[in-house]
Design a protein around this ligand. Structure first.
Ligand SMILES: [Zn+2]
Length: 76
């Protein structure tokens, strides 16, 4: 777990299947749409579309969506 450089919130870094690093809120959230596939060395963020509960992995939310300083993320 590390801390967001913008707001200091605890975040997890994951990578998308496309290889981009994305920050996730460290605390799982049932309303999130991202699950982590930790079967490989990297934590891969998998976007979960189903809402019927067949995927029982913990859900996370992108910190891009929840960061109060999200404007700062858009500079790249
Ligand atoms: Zn933040």
């Amino acid at each position: 777990v590390s801390a967001c450089r913008s707001c200091g919130a605890p975040i997890l870094w994951a990578v998308t299947p496309g290889g981009r690093r994305i920050p996730l809120d460290a605390d799982p959230d049932d309303a999130g749409n991202i699950a982590l596939d930790t079967s490989s060395l990297k934590a891969v963020a998998v976007f979960v579309a189903d809402a019927d509960g067949t995927d029982t992995r913990p859900r996370y939310r992108s910190h891009f969506a929840s960061c109060p300083q999200a404007e700062g993320w858009r500079r790249s």
